[in-house]
Design a protein around this ligand. Structure first.
Ligand SMILES: C[S@@+](CC[C@H](N)C(=O)[O-])C[C@H]1O[C@@H](n2cnc3c(N)ncnc32)[C@H](O)[C@@H]1O
Length: 297
């Protein structure tokens, strides 16, 4: 008998992903827009602080080797380079060729030759067990599953005693609008489009199921009262509306009405928006090779 599809976690067993798993088929213009969206997310101060906190909790040191699974355009590069230094190594893996090209360009522009970016699937990494001191994924589990396949690989390639981190957000916006039904339609877009909308809330369970121990999670509320305090807000709640309409996720009239409403609220200082970001860090059980008592094998 087949597993029921309704009422179970999206992609509970099988490998699956949302549109982020098929970006190589998109035209360059669409990739350029997505690159801007990723940049807006990566530089939004709340996301940035959460990512830095996660990187800090990975316990990396100068000379460490770290894996960024689903690295995208290499948004985490500066944060990782700051801790591993020039003697360490940063390896990023992502299937989207245009993102890997951008990540390589980012590393070259920043003068960080010890950052290596390559195409690949985080669920099937081309590295031996225990290659890295730590591994992370940032905004990947919401798009790619199952979580056991993603985290399982991050755990496998991390040294015993090393840490694995994941950062996720739940794109369900607390949003000011004079039209409550449009708030529901807007949040419904993410509910339809994301592979695993609730990944953020389930990180502790995913980490335990992946065999990680000493699991720590931290939840942040990211909020604003200004549509223009960072490009992220306008990019996400206004500029993307036509794309949602084009994808058949919103009616054209709904997109126009919501955009006008949010602009008007913004003009009166009455715009408010917020959402939740969670990061988790856990330890791969075992003793690090470099911490074993000499002669203990
Ligand atoms: C929302 S983006 C996050 C990118 C980056 N971590 C960041 O924070 O900017 C999701 C990323 O997952 C990547 N992705 C999709 N399928 C993947 C897979 N099977 N393995 C690794 N990455 C994947 C996409 O190409 C995209 O770069």
């Amino acid at each position: 008998m087949q597993e029921p599809l309704v009422g179970t976690e999206a992609g509970a067993g099988a490998w699956a992903s949302d549109f982020f798993g098929g970006l190589n088929a998109l035209p360059p213009e669409a990739i350029a827009v997505l690159t801007q969206v990723l940049e807006a997310m990566a530089t939004q101060p709340g996301f940035q602080q959460a990512r830095r906190a996660m990187v800090h909790e990975l316990g990396l040191a100068a000379g460490s080797r770290v894996l960024d699974g689903g690295c995208g355009t290499g948004a985490a590069l500066a944060d990782l380079a700051e801790v591993v230094g020039t003697q360490g190594q940063i390896v990023g893996v992502d299937p989207t060729t245009a993102f890997i090209a951008r990540a390589r360009q980012r590393a070259a522009e920043a003068g960080i030759p010890n950052a290596v970016y390559q195409t690949g699937d985080v669920r099937s990494l081309p590295f031996s067990d225990g290659t890295f001191d730590a591994a992370l994924c940032d905004k990947v589990l919401i798009h790619v599953g199952p979580p056991g396949a993603v985290l399982g690989e991050l755990v496998r390639v991390t040294k015993p005693g090393g840490r694995v981190g994941a950062l996720e957000w739940q794109p369900h916006f607390f949003l000011s609008t004079t039209r409550p039904q449009l708030e529901s339609r807007f949040n419904g877009v993410f509910r339809q489009a994301m592979h695993n909308l609730c990944a953020a809330a389930n990180l502790p369970r995913y980490f335990r199921e992946a065999g990680l121990t000493d699991i720590r999670t931290h939840t942040d509320l990211i909020s604003t009262d200004d549509l223009d305090d960072h490009p992220f807000w306008r990019v996400f709640v206004v500029d993307q509306l036509p794309a949602f309409v084009q994808a058949g996720l919103l009616e054209a009239e709904e997109g126009r009405e919501l955009a006008a409403d949010l602009e008007q609220l913004g003009a009166h200082g009455e715009f408010r928006a917020a959402f939740v970001v969670v990061h988790a860090v856990g330890t791969r059980p075992g003793v690090r090779v470099d911490e074993r008592v000499p002669g203990s094998g």
